[in-house]
Design a protein around this ligand. Structure first.
Ligand code: NDP
Ligand code: MG
Length: 330
């Protein structure tokens, strides 16, 4: 079983003696910076020149500096910009401003695990990764709770990297819920695999394949949309709150029987074998190399695939049908 840390395992005072630079004010940057500030930490926000987030951050009471100045002033630097930008921003604006004994932090292990950031010998390296989107990290904290986090220590030069990372987790509310010990390798590989096989890749491919099957068999696209995409939310909400069994309790016996007898024929042994291949490409760095090169080339494949997907019939039908749903604001 995993090691889990709670409030009583973390000493927030360790952080009070230090300055934390949060780099970036997007989904995680905003949530983590505001939670830390409300907890009484000394936070400075590092943003690129002309950042469109600066007015918001300042109006929410944060001190904004250049990334270089924030990193220079801080003892702990949490990098919360898109993962594919970590390498360049670290090399050009953070690394030159670090001192021995400082700590570099991330909320996802990609850039460290795949060598986009190569931290110097004198630097502590840790991850605190909230298992939820920034909006939730902020909202739950304001209500007095916290979102569960992961902790991983990559480099502990000072001997207090774990204590400091736990203090950080306490500052953003994570130890109120529980902070699970992992490694950079495990977090990075499971995160990539999960989003590829299930959360993003697997789910969208399953939806599209089922939609196409009905439309090609002559059914109306509107019907295919409701059955294969729209109603997914109801099912996922049930699974989210009570696992597979709650969903199966709530649907009809007919649906449950179809689920149990037909599901394994759709997601069969062949799918499991291909999942293993996808996992190997994550583990051996093939996916990471492809994504790093894709970014060096200015994302040509991503742009082409985005365009193609946006033109799919299921997206057009969805747009029309959602406009009939007054409770949705896109
Ligand atoms: P966002 O895409 O929301 O980050 C946007 C911020 O990054 C903005 O402040 C933007 O600047 C800044 N930024 C973008 N490019 C650059 C650049 N080249 N130089 C300097 N600043 C830049 O990121 P997320 O919050 O989604 O993700 C941050 C980290 O957290 C990632 O490592 C991610 O994997 C991890 N994570 C994210 C989760 C989430 O909920 N999204 C969940 C758990 C982990 P500007 O303000 O100028 O536009
Ligand atoms: Mg993820």
């Amino acid at each position: 079983m995993a090691t889990i840390y709670y409030d009583s395992d973390a000493d927030f005072d360790l952080l009070k003696e230090r300055t934390i630079a949060v780099i970036g004010y997007g989904s995680q940057g905003r949530a983590q910076a505001l939670n830390l500030k409300d907890s009484g930490a000394n936070v400075v926000l590092g943003l690129r020149p002309g950042s469109r987030s600066q007015p918001d951050a300042e109006s929410e009471g944060l001190t904004v500096k250049s990334i270089d100045d924030a990193a220079a002033e801080a003892d702990v630097v949490q990098i919360l910009i898109p993962d594919e930008q970590h390498g360049a921003v670290y090399r050009n604006h953070i690394e030159p401003n670090l001192e021995a004994g400082n700590m570099v932090m991330v909320s996802h292990g990609f850039s460290i695990h795949f060598g986009q950031i190569v931290p110097g010998d004198g630097i502590d390296v840790a991850m605190i990764a909230p298992k939820g989107p920034g909006l939730l990290v902020r909202e739950v904290f304001e209500e007095g709770g916290g979102v569960p986090c992961l902790i991983a220590i990559q480099q502990d030069v000072t001997g207090h990297a774990r204590d400091l990372a736990l203090a950080y987790a306490k500052g953003i509310g994570g130890t109120r819920a529980g902070v699970i010990e992992t490694t950079f390798r495990e977090e990075t590989e499971t995160d990539l695999f999960g989003e590829q096989a299930v959360l993003c890749g697997g789910t969208t491919a399953l939806i599209k394949a089922a939609f196409d099957t009905l439309v090609e068999a002559g059914y109306q696209p509107e019907m295919a949309f409701f059955e294969c995409l729209h109603e997914l939310k109801l099912i996922v909400d049930l699974i989210y709150t009570g696992g597979l069994s709650k969903m199966r309790n709530d649907v009809s016996n007919t649906a449950e029987f179809g689920d149990l007898t037909r599901g394994p024929r759709v997601i069969d042994e062949g799918v499991r074998e291909r999942m293993q291949t996808i996992l190997k490409e994550v583990q051996n760095g093939e996916f990471a190399r492809e994504w790093v090169l894709e970014n060096q080339a200015n994302q040509p494949v991503l742009q082409a695939l985005r365009r193609r997907e946006s033109e799919l019939q299921i997206e057009k039908v969805g747009q029309d049908l959602r406009s009939m749903m007054s409770w949705l604001d896109e």
